[in-house]
Design a protein around this ligand. Sequence first.
Ligand SMILES: [Zn+2]
Length: 109
Amino acid sequence: MNYRNHAKIKLNHPTLCRGDFYLNCGDGWYQLIDEMLTEIEKVRGQLMPRLAYIEPNKGRMKAVVDGMNAEIQDIIDAYEYRSQRICEGCGGKGQPRSGWIMAACNDCR
Ligand SMILES: [Zn+2]
């Protein structure tokens, strides 16, 4: 993810993104990640979860958050599932591709 989007994620979610975190994925997932962190923020209550990293894994997003509970895990699971249909390159409609496995649209493939 480019520096600008990385900085926006940190700015939008200062509690979840305190400390070092890594977004080792394409900019196409920016919106997805931003929404996922907003959902987590809504339900965290007194918990202080912290985003550790996000990376592509077998054609979908893998998000690792420290200090979470089952409710937050459910949110992460749902967004990881959704990521299979979102192109990691451009955010358009994608699908898992064979070979180098990545969620991608036809243009970014
Ligand atoms: Zn694309």
